[in-house]
Design a protein around this ligand. Structure first.
Ligand code: COA
Length: 391
């Protein structure tokens, strides 16, 4: 090793860049998109307004919002080649793998791919935001042997996705809840997938490459994959009377209760607090209150048991109640992480733009961390190469 280094696994507490996009205040339980508290945005804005806010750095006027909605609608349809490629995927392929592959396949269809300007990257980002939803809906139709549904241009982004997925127009409340869920998932500072996107963007690779990397990162169970695991866990528990034994078993084995804990929040995730009543109401609408009630019990029991064993507190995160909400909307469980992606694409795009084109100092540069080389198998000195036939 040539120089002294301090290892910080997981980069916890290390500031790697400055950003104007969002702030996560872990102790206070605050999430802020470009200066606005998430509670207010969830109540008063729409996903399209949030896309505008994240990409253009301010809330839109009515005309600006209409302009963005028009652009998003124009970009909704998928290239036929991409639909044909999806039709060749095995029906049991993991939706996040399909999504990742499809985004890579969309790159050559983008007329702005070779253009490295900010404007072109913005246009590509807007196309990706529109098409991520179409891709998720199309894949679910294709794997179930159903026709891909053309977008309904009278519908806004959230309602149109639900329509393209199910072929039915959602009622206003369901569309509104889904829209709010998209608002809540759109951005979350330097989480793992956003960092992946920025890290790839720092190499000056195009935005499609950055988003493919982000999707891979999001798919992991410790990140966006947790919402799928939350629902699987609730189904495995099956009945409220099994909750306590389940929690004790998990903690005995040193495993994690999905949907609890967060790398930054040291209090309940503000998004979970907004999602919980929506999950309750959707469950009532669907005539299926069981999962919400079990989730509540699991949250309470998990928190108590954790505190008893570790002496510290654990809190609920975004994935806990979003899973219950999406399940009550009758969305297939393995699509929950893709739903996260079809919202977070907004934040990823904003971060790619900031990584590539930020003017404020310190300007981003190619990420290149150090590692500590901890030795090789042949002793303290360099190894001497033994030809293959003598090994
Ligand atoms: N269930 C049980 N124990 C948990 C836990 C959970 N959900 N989350 C953390 N812990 C425990 C760890 O095992 C560790 O115990 P130890 O000190 O005895 O080893 C301690 O709490 C600290 O955990 P750590 O993984 O260092 O916390 P973190 O803040 O780095 O991790 C997560 C954050 C998100 C990775 C972690 O809480 C987790 O895996 N949660 C479940 C997955 C999930 O919901 N992910 C979505 C995040 S939005």
């Amino acid at each position: 090793m040539e120089k002294d280094s301090i290892i910080n696994t997981g980069l916890r507490g290390i500031t790697v860049a400055s950003t104007k996009i969002s702030d996560v205040q872990g102790k206070a339980g605050k999430l802020i998109y470009r200066g606005y508290l998430i509670q207010e945005l969830a109540q008063k804005s729409s996903f399209e307004e949030i896309v505008y806010l994240l990409l253009y750095e301010h809330l839109p006027s009515a005309d600006q919002l209409e302009g963005l909605k028009r652009e998003l609608k124009k970009a909704r349809s998928l290239p036929q080649d991409v639909i044909r490629a999806l039709q060749t995927c095995p029906a049991d392929a993991q939706p996040m793998d399909v999504l990742q592959a499809a985004v890579a396949l969309m790159a050559p269809h983008d007329p702005d791919l070779e253009d490295e300007s900010r404007e072109a990257t913005m246009k590509m980002g807007i196309r990706l935001i529109a098409r991520m939803a179409s891709l998720v809906a199309a894949w679910d139709r294709i794997r179930n042997g159903l026709e891909v549904i053309a977008p309904d241009q009278d519908l806004d982004h959230a309602a149109n996705f639900l329509y393209m997925l199910s072929g039915k127009h959602p009622d206003r409340e369901t569309a509104r809840f889904f829209d709010t869920a998209l608002v809540l998932h759109a951005e979350h500072s330097f989480n793992a997938s956003t960092f992946s996107a920025r890290q790839v963007a720092s190499t000056r690779a195009h935005i499609y490459s950055a988003i493919v990397a982000a999707l891979g990162s999001l798919s992991g169970p410790l990140h966006g994959g947790a919402n799928v695991r939350v629902m699987q866990m609730l189904k495995k528990i099956g009945d409220p009377e099994n909750v306590s034994a389940y929690v004790e078993g998990i903690l005995d084995r040193g495993e994690k209760i999905m949907g609890l804990g967060h790398a930054v929040y040291k209090t309940d995730d503000p998004r979970a607090l907004i999602l919980a009543p929506m999950a309750k109401r959707m469950g009532e609408k669907a005539g299926q209150t069981k999962w919400y009630e079990m989730a509540r019990l699991l949250e309470k029991t998990g928190k108590q048991a954790f505190k008893q064993r570790k002496g510290t507190e654990i809190f609920v995160n975004v994935d806990f109640y979003s899973a219950v909400l999406y399940n009550a909307m009758a969305i297939p469980v393995d699509l929950f992480t893709p739903l996260f992606a079809l919202s977070r694409i907004a934040g990823w795009t904003a971060h790619v733009l900031e990584e590539r084109f930020a003017e404020a100092a310190p300007k981003p540069m190619l990420y290149r961390p150090e590692s500590e080389y901890i030795g090789h198998y042949c002793g303290p000195e360099e190894c001497s190469f033994v030809p293959l036939e003598q090994r």
